[in-house]
Design a protein around this ligand. Structure first.
Ligand code: PLP
Length: 380
């Protein structure tokens, strides 16, 4: 089965007396046993649930893994992946990482006796320099947020393997349609399914996917222990959303390409960050590593921070909101939104000037999106 068929059929075979074409929402906290001698396959929804199992099967298949665990949020999935670490371990973390992961690294992990060192994901020497005898795991993501730089997944995995590190990769920005990091040898992939996998901005959820049976069993044990589970209804919404992942991703990519090309030619634009543009420093790597360039675009306006804020507040179709990956286009202003916890100095060091806007291109008509940006930039 190929990708689009997998999203529609895997884990979703009509079963039981009524053979529903759509897996039901098993909105039950607990399940009755036949006898005390026979442990039921599903007995309590914190441990697992049939609607969650269906979702885990389909996500495992499209991410080309064997074990998927669906969590109640992307951050719960990050915590699940990090639970492979223990006191005294050292984590290598790409400095270009999602803000929530960054927060966990400095606010939560130190209390658990886990040390963190950042590395530059585009410089293997910076990884080599960060490795210590107690290094256990390396976590990274590509494309990065908000500058959409790429990291060479295969090269980083090869280096991590030489040093016996577990590799964890956040594939939220690309989605399983555009890249499958397990194929490059990554040990654990995680997603905020809140974004492209669900795709309709109506659920918070996340997942881990792996081919390592020991890690798979660890995540199942972890989630039943800490209880960071999704509701059956949220699993069902995800099942409904994932069916159109291929169609949506194709359109996200087309729209982002059109928006990026339009912006690159605009006289009030200083720079566009989009891996699908030949001017992007990682364009060649993106062609090699990804099956498309994604739906995210970052744009640096040629003006002041004040003017950028005005543009951010002037779009009508691009809604000013956190998050990404939904069918509707969203605009984020990193200094106030995704990167608000960093100082201006830190943001500048990470290449996030006050003139940068982040666009999550939805699946609307591309000309409408361009017209919307045109009228907003005209107000600069
Ligand atoms: N990873 C990435 C790349 C994200 O963008 C996000 C959320 O924005 C998360 C993880 C966390 O996911 P959630 O908001 O579902 O907890």
């Amino acid at each position: 089965m190929r990708f689009a068929t997998q999203t529609i059929r895997v884990g979703q075979e009509p079963e039981g007396e009524f053979k529903p074409v759509i897996p039901p929402i098993y909105q039950s906290a607990t399940f009755a046993w036949n006898s005390l001698d026979e442990l039921p396959r599903v007995d309590y929804t914190r441990v697992t649930n049939p609607t969650r199992i269906a979702l885990e099967e389909v996500v495992a298949s499209i991410e080309r893994g064997t074990h998927c665990t669906v969590f109640g949020s992307g951050m719960a999935a990050v915590m699940g992946a990090l639970s492979l670490l223990q006191q005294g371990d050292h984590l290598l973390m790409a400095s270009d990482i999602y803000g929530g992961t960054y927060r966990v690294a400095y606010k939560v992990l130190p209390k658990q006796g886990i040390e963190v060192t950042e590395f530059d994901g585009r410089d293997l020497d910076s990884i080599r320099a960060a490795i210590r005898p107690n290094s256990k795991m390396l976590i990274f993501e590509s494309p990065t947020n908000p500058n959409l730089r790429l990291m060479d997944i295969a090269a980083i995995v090869a280096l991590a393997r030489e040093h016996g590190l577990i590799t964890v990769f956040d594939n939220t920005f690309a989605s399983p349609y555009l890249q499958n990091p397990l194929e490059f040898g990554v040990d654990v992939v995680l997603h905020s399914m809140t974004k492209y996998i669900n795709g309709h901005s109506d659920v918070i959820s996340g997942c881990t996917v792996t081919r390592n049976a020991e890690f798979g069993a660890h995540f199942a044990e972890y989630i039943r222990s800490v209880g960071s589970v999704p509701s059956p209804f949220d699993c069902w919404l995800n099942l409904r959303g994932v069916k159109t992942l291929e169609l949506r991703m194709r359109r996200h990519c087309e729209n982002a390409q059109a928006v990026a090309e339009y912006l690159e030619a605009h006289p009030r634009v200083k720079r566009v960050h989009f891996p699908g543009l030949p001017s992007h420093p990682d364009h060649e790597l993106a062609k090699r590593q990804m099956r498309g360039f994604g739906g995210m675009v970052a744009v640096e306006l040629d003006g002041t921070g004040e003017q950028a804020r005005r543009v951010a507040e002037s779009t009508q179709l691009f809604l000013l909101a956190e998050s990404l990956g939904g069918v509707e286009s969203l605009l984020g202003y990193p200094p106030v939104m995704s990167h608000a916890t960093m100082s201006e100095e830190e943001r500048l060091k990470k290449g996030i000037p006050p003139t940068l806007l982040r666009l999550s291109c939805g699946i609307e008509d591309p000309q409408d999106l361009i017209d919307d940006l045109e009228q907003a930039i005209a107000r600069m």
